[in-house]
Design a protein around this ligand. Structure first.
Ligand SMILES: Cc1cc2nc3c(=O)[nH]c(=O)nc-3n(C[C@H](O)[C@H](O)[C@H](O)COP(=O)(O)O)c2cc1C
Length: 220
């Protein structure tokens, strides 16, 4: 059987740092490169493209969901899987990323629902920013994304890259590859063999009540 172009896995890659010279952007660029080499179609974007104001329910009521979140939703809709390389700020995720997730979560159907996600981080610290990923996992999973169990956190990232943007340590680079390949294989399998869960319901065990339910209207 020959697979057509639209059967290729589409992966959105974004780093959750706005600054130039970001270590997480380096890691995201490496992930994008490796994913492309394995045959995936990669959409590598900058967080700058998804700029949004601080979430405000009044702004949402008066002006709707801002363009940056709409653009993020559009990119998510077009992909099968996403990879986020995120810094750790004070043991958690950066506010700019959480704010974007909050705005994007206001769309229905829920844009994150059923998307396969891989989280990675880079930090000068010895923990590599791993605590931030545990915090980030929670809103993504809450919104229905299937976050891959293994998360790659690059410790001492300020000294970890070659000039060409690769991970210098060969054993670490092999571990990075293994993590990424395993994720891509799962995402590929999920794309072609979708499992039954389709609806996003905030609390499955809550008795349905239209006034207060947070449920995708198309699937309820
Ligand atoms: C407000 C703030 C809080 C930070 N908190 C942590 C932290 O909790 N753990 C950590 O490993 N690094 C922390 N850092 C250091 C960042 O990991 C480091 O600046 C990193 O390079 C940021 O990612 P980027 O290079 O992709 O921009 C913090 C940095 C800032 C600015």
């Amino acid at each position: 059987m020959t697979l057509g172009p639209d059967t290729k896995l589409k992966v959105l890659v974004v780093a959750a740092s706005l600054r130039s010279g970001s270590l997480n952007e380096k890691l995201a660029a490496l992930a994008a490169r490796v994913a492309q080499q394995t045959g995936a179609v990669v959409d590598h974007r900058s967080l700058q493209e998804f700029d949004v104001p601080s979430y405000d329910g009044d702004v949402e009521k008066d002006a709707g969901i801002p363009g940056g979140a709409a653009e993020f939703k559009r990119r998510l809709d077009e992909c099968d899987a996403f990879i986020v390389a995120s810094p750790e700020y004070n043991g958690s995720m950066p506010g700019v990323l959480k704010n974007l997730i909050d705005w994007t979560s206001r769309f229905r159907p829920q844009p994150f629902d059923s998307k396969q996600g891989l989280l990675m981080s880079a930090s000068p610290s010895m923990g590599g920013g791993n605590r931030g990923l545990w915090a980030l996992r929670m809103p993504f999973e809450h919104l229905g994304a299937r976050i891959y169990p293994d998360m790659f956190s690059l410790a001492q990232a300020h000294k970890a890259f070659t000039d060409g943007g690769d991970i210098a340590d060969t054993a670490l680079r092999a571990r990075f590859d293994k993590n990424l390949q395993a994720f891509l294989s799962l995402a590929e399998a999920a794309k072609h063999y979708p499992c039954m869960k389709r609806a996003w319901v905030e609390f499955l065990g809550e008795p349905p009540e239209p006034g207060v339910d947070r449920v995708d209207p198309v699937t309820s």
